[in-house]
Structures are given as structure tokens and as C-alpha cells.
Design a protein around this ligand. Structure first.
Ligand code: AGP
Length: 613
């Protein structure tokens, strides 16, 4: 996620802002910048692409002088990660500088309106529109805060904003809606703003958390908080007693746990601005195919590795069931070396969290060599796979630091469903069916929040099974890829051997493994193959297997007597149940790894992005 830091007080702002950016590096970023108002009220902006040291080198020679400034680390969501698109963004006259965290959903419409008013855009970002809105609002407002408020009433989407201007110098105006922002208030007349406490904790542990629709004005004399539309408000001061490492993990013990618990918000972000409720459709600005070209797709080949390959399998099920398109899923490492037949009308879809996985990139390039049209579903904006595909969908899941992929996987599933809806509604999926999909997606983040409450139950389960040497994960239909993913999660963080299988495959061999030392996790939500899975459970039970069943609402009295543990998830559509069924498996893997004292964020032998063959 982007990082925000601001300072106004009696000291030079530059060094304090740079220290704040260093404290925010853990959030992941691809460029950084700083803006400072000097004693004469002149605005100075310095920004660089890449790591912070590039900006440090630039300001070390010539640090912007002044006691009021803002700074930003950017995690690109709109526009490539380069110096031009780095924040702060500034107005044409260079007298307003603004930094932003979040996604402006109506940025394109605002851009069109501002261009008609004569504004010239120099970046590809959604943020730049807000600067020009403020510039325009200054024509009828005398203070920076009034100009920002006038701008915010035209903005749709999530933001954490800080802005300074030489037209109203000596103050920082900040605003929050959907993207965290806090004020740091010190006892000796220093006032700071940060996207999280890490940015300010070196100078003060007294912080004021802003609420959505709050905005605030900070000067060297103090701060005032207001709420859009209702005037001044009072926000209490909290004392932060976390250490820095805890702050980076948001108070969680590990990045993996933090990212598991981030899934309600990461799922909201992958859907943000993309659901068309009335039409039962999706809005995907990154898909550049015409309706006719979408209807002409004859086959889709999805290629990926690891967890992304599991998401690809789910994409196959959705696209064939809801969009009626033949789909084939290929391990990228296999696809790249065999001579695949890619006839006309074949779309090759690469799925990758990092956008840098060597095998997936090579498979993509092989597909392009054969003339296939290519698409990407990627998390890291501006990554190689994102840049080399013809078009695609970004996950907007924010940086995924833990090596074991969690929030990216569930966002990949949703991105695939959005694509399925987008294509399906152009290939015969009815409006009522589309509305059902949209309704299921809208309910999903709340259902994930409900499922996350099972964490303590999963920890108890992990205690019971932490010494087992092998696990079997079984699932059918949409739950088969979930079985594979659950097994991979356990393997890679706890080092226990685990295999995922189609539940019906048991009788073709694996059932020979079943005994009381082999826990069997069975995905058995109430979907179209539930009764078949119940039969598989009975086969395992008859051989003294210990069964952990993941079930959904709708009552499972017939299972109570057959299994050793029941994990209940909310009921939803079969193509959405994989998101809910995966969460307890992520938690089981996490808690088991912790009990076995494994390095859950950096498991042995693994890398977050496998950029070598
Ligand atoms: C998943 O938990 C693993 N870290 C790994 O399988 C990963 O999914 C795989 O390496 C693919 O990475 P990508 O999504 O960045 O391409």
C-alpha cells in the first residue's frame, strides 16, 4: 500500500519526512517523493522511481528547506511505477502538492471534465485529477481546506490525502475516506500525519485516528478535525505502545496472519468500482477486447504456478459453467517446453501475484510467439507479466509480504469471477444470473469476516494435529482446487507432507493410506456434489480415518456422527464457496506452523517470487 507522512512544526521538515518514509518501506512501494514549503512559502517537490535510496541521494545533495511538508511511498495502482507517476502530484502552476493512498473510482470522468476546463494532465494516475480539482476550487475558496472539501465532494472512491500549497502556506490539510490516516500530536508543538503509526512513532506515540469523511488542518500551532458535511468534530488521542515491528505487522504476530485477516478489505478492493448491480455485470477497464472479440473467443488457456495455478483451476470451472467457454489449465513450467497448439481464437491468460514468476513469464512469451492474444491477472502493477500481456485485471490487493500466498489467492478467485461475469454477460449469461453473481460478491467480504472468527477453533485443531506427518485434503468440483491449495499452505509453512486429491480419486489408490495417523480434511460445503462427498467421508470413516470436515450452513446432521471435527462456513454460491472454504485452511496451516515453530513468513527453501527456472 502507499505510505503517507507529513510534518509541520518548528524543525526542518525534510529529515523528519525522510525518516518517516524509511519507517513505511515495509508496506511495499515502487517510487517515493517529498514536497516542502520553505520560509517564503515556496513549494519544492523531489521524487524518484525505485527504492528510497534514489530519493535519499537526490535530497542529500539538496534537501528541500522548510518546516512544513509531506512525503509519500507509492504502491502503483493506476499508472506505471515511474518518476512521473510518483507522488506528490502538483498543480500546473506548481503551487499545490498532494499525496494520496487509495483508488479514485471516477478518475476518468473527472479527468475528462478537467481537460474540458483546460487542465493538462502529465501523469497516468487517478490522483492527479484531485490536484486539479483543488486548483479549480481555489477560484472560489480562499483557504486550502475549503478548496480540498469542494474537491472531495466530486470524488468517488477510497482516499487518504495530504496536501500543502504556497497559496495558503504553513498548513497541511488531510482527509480520509476508506484509507487509514492518523495524526501524530507531540507535546512540543510538532504535528504529523501518517498512513500508520510507524511514520510518526519516532516523534510521538500520541495519535488521533481519523474516521471516514474526516478532514483536518494541521499548523505549527495545533490541529482541528472536521467531518465532511457536519463541521468540527472531536477525536480522542490514543497512546501507541506498539514497537515498530508490531506496527509494520498491524499488531499481528506475522505478515501471513495479517494478510489472512486483510482479506475482507482486499476483496472489497478487487471489486471496488467493478460491480454493476443493476445490469448484473462487471466493469473491467483493463479489458480492451470489443464485445465481438469477446464473443469470438474459442478457447482460453490459463497458465500459472503454485497457488496461482490453483486459482486457474477455479477459473476453468467458472468460465465453462457460466460463460460457456472451453478452458484448459496448464502449469507454466510444462506449457513453456511442450509445443502447445494455440489455434485462432485462443486467449492465453497468465495469473501471477508477483507478475515476475519466470516460468509463467516464459509461458506467456511462448504464447505470444505463437500469435495468441494474452491477458494477465496480476497484483503488482507495472510488473513484467502485467506489461507484456495485451490487457488484464489488477488485483489491488496491496503488497503480499508473506511467502505463502493468502489474500492474493482469494482476490484472484474474485478477479476470475469478475472476468467470467464480464465475458459471460456477452455470451448468454442472463441478467438474473448476473445479478446473482453480483449479489454473492457483495456479500462475500462480510462472510469472510464471519469465517475469520474461527481462528481460535483452528488453533485448537492445529494443537491436536501438529505432530502428524501426513495429511490428505479432499474436495470435488469447485472444492478440488481448494483441497490442493489447503494442502500446499500446510506443506509450505509447517513442513508437514500434505496432498490434495479429487475426493472420488480416493478409491483409485490413496485410500490405501488411510489410518488413524492420517488426518483427512474434507471440503464438504452444500453444493451440487455434497452428497457424493458424504459418501467419500463414509469410506474414510470405515477405515478409521480422522476427519476434519469443512461444511457450510444449511445443516449437516448426517455428518455430525461421521466426522471428528466440523468447521462451519457461511453458505453461498458454489463458485464463491472456494473463497470461504480456503480461509480456515489458511488458518489451520498458519497455526500449525506456529506450533511447530516454523518461520511462517519466510519458510525454508522458498522465495516470494520465483524469478528463476
Ligand atoms: C504460494 O503460497 C507460493 N508462494 C507459490 O506457490 C506461488 O503461488 C507461486 O510461486 C506463483 O507465484 P506468483 O503468483 O507470484 O506467480
Amino acid at each position: 500500500m502507499c505510505g503517507i507522512v507529513g510534518y509541520v512544526g518548528s524543525q526542518e521538515a525534510g529529515p523528519i519526512l525522510m525518516e518517516g518514509l524509511r519507517r513505511l518501506e515495509y508496506r511495499g512501494y515502487d517510487s517515493a517523493g517529498i514536497a516542502v514549503l520553505d520560509a517564503e512559502g515556496r513549494l519544492r517537490v523531489v521524487k524518484r522511481a525505485g527504492k528510497l535510496r534514489a530519493l535519499e541521494e537526490a535530497v542529500t545533495e539538496d534537501m528541500p528547506s522548510g518546516t512544513c511538508g509531506i512525503a509519500h511511498t507509492r504502491w502503483a495502482t493506476h499508472g506505471a511505477p515511474n518518476e512521473t507517476n510518483a507522488h506528490p502530484h502538483f498543480s500546473g502552476a506548481g503551487d499545490i502538492a498532494l499525496i494520496h493512498n487509495g483508488i479514485i473510482e471516477n478518475a476518468q470522468a473527472l479527468r475528462r471534465k478537467l481537460v474540458e476546463l483546460g487542465y493538462q494532465f502529465t501523469t497516468d494516475t487517478d490522483t492527479e485529477a484531485v490536484v486539479h480539482l483543488i486548483d479549480e476550487a481555489f477560484k472560489t475558496n480562499s483557504t486550502l481546506e475549503d478548496a480540498l472539501v469542494a474537491a472531495l465532494y466530486q470524488v468517488e472512491g477510497a482516499y487518504g490525502i495530504a496536501v500543502i500549497s504556497s497559496r495558503d502556506s504553513g498548513k497541511i490539510v488531510v482527509a480520509r475516506n476508506g484509507s487509514p490516516l492518523l495524526l501524530g500530536v507531540s507535546q512540543n508543538g510538532e504535528f504529523l500525519v501518517g498512513s500508520d503509526a510507524a511514520a510518526v512513532v519516532k516523534y510521538t506515540r500520541d495519535v488521533v485516528y481519523l474516521d471516514d469523511r474526516d478532514y483536518a488542518v494541521l499548523t505549527a500551532d495545533g490541529y482541528d478535525v472536521y467531518s465532511l458535511g457536519s463541521g468540527a468534530v472531536s477525536r480522542s488521542v490514543h497512546h501507541v505502545n506498539w514497537d515498530l515491528e508490531a506496527i509494520e505487522k498491524g499488531g499481528y504476530d506475522h505478515f501471513m496472519l495479517k494478510e489472512i485477516f486483510e482479506q475482507p478489505s482486499s476483496l472489497r478492493d478487487v471489486m471496488r468500482g467493478r460491480l454493476l448491480e443493476e445490469e448484473g455485470n462487471a466493469r473491467l477497464g483493463g479489458i480492451t477486447l470489443s464485445d465481438e472479440e469477446l464473443r469470438d473467443i474459442k478457447r482460453i488457456v490459463i497458465t500459472a504456478c503454485g497457488t496461482s495455478w490453483h486459482a486457474a483451476l477455479l477459473g476453468e470451472y467458472m468460465l465453462e459453467e457460466l460463460a460457456g467457454i472451453p478452458v484448459e489449465v496448464e502449469y507454466a513450467s510444462e506449457f513453456r517446453y511442450r509445443n502447445p497448439v494455440l489455434e485462432d481464437g485462443t486467449l492465453v491468460l497468465a495469473i501471477s501475484q508477483s507478475g515476475e514468476t519466470a516460468d509463467t513469464l516464459a509461458a506467456l512469451r511462448e504464447a505470444k510467439r505463437q500469435g495468441a492474444r494474452t491477458m494477465g491477472i496480476v497484483n503488482v502493477v507495472g510488473s513484467t507479466i502485467a506489461r507484456e500481456t495485451d490487457f488484464g485485471i489488477y488485483l489491488h490487493a496491496g503488497p503480499e509480504i508473506g511467502v505463502a500466498s493468502t489474500k492474493a489467492f482469494t482476490s484472484q478467485i474474485v478477479a476470475l469471477l469478475l472476468f467470467t461475469l464480464y465475458v459471460g454477460r456477452r455470451r448468454g449469461l442472463s441478467i438474473l444470473q448476473g445479478r446473482e453473481v453480483v449479489a454473492g460478491l457483495q456479500a462475500l467480504p462480510g462472510q469472510v469476516e464471519e469465517t475469520l472468527r474461527l481462528s481460535d477453533d483452528l488453533r485448537l485443531l492445529a494443537e491436536a494435529y501438529q505432530d502428524c506427518r501426513n495429511f490428505l485434503y479432499l474436495g470435488r468440483g469447485y472444492q478440488f482446487p481448494v483441497a490442493l491449495e489447503g494442502a500446499l499452505k500446510l506443506k509450505e509453512v509447517s513442513y508437514i507432507h500434505a496432498e490434495g486429491y479429487p475426493a472420488a480419486e480416493m478409491k483409485h489408490g490413496p485410500i490405501a493410506l488411510i489410518d488413524e495417523d492420517m488426518p483427512v480434511v474434507v471440503l464438504a460445503p452444500r453444493d451440487q456434489v455434497y452428497n457424493k462427498v458424504v459418501s467419500n467421508i463414509e469410506e474414510v470413516k470405515a477405515r478409521d480415518g480422522r476427519i476434519i470436515a469443512v461444511v457450510s450452513d444449511g445443516g449437516v446432521p448426517e455428518l455430525e456422527s461421521k466426522v471428528d471435527h466440523l468447521i462451519r462456513i457461511p453458505q453461498t454460491a458454489p463458485y464463491l464457496l472456494p473463497v470461504l472454504a480456503t480461509v480456515p485452511l489458511q488458518l489451520l496451516a498458519y497455526h500449525t506452523a506456529i506450533l511447530r515453530e516454523c518461520d511462517v513468513d519466510q519458510p525454508r527453501n522458498l522465495a516470494k517470487s520465483v524469478t528463476v527456472e
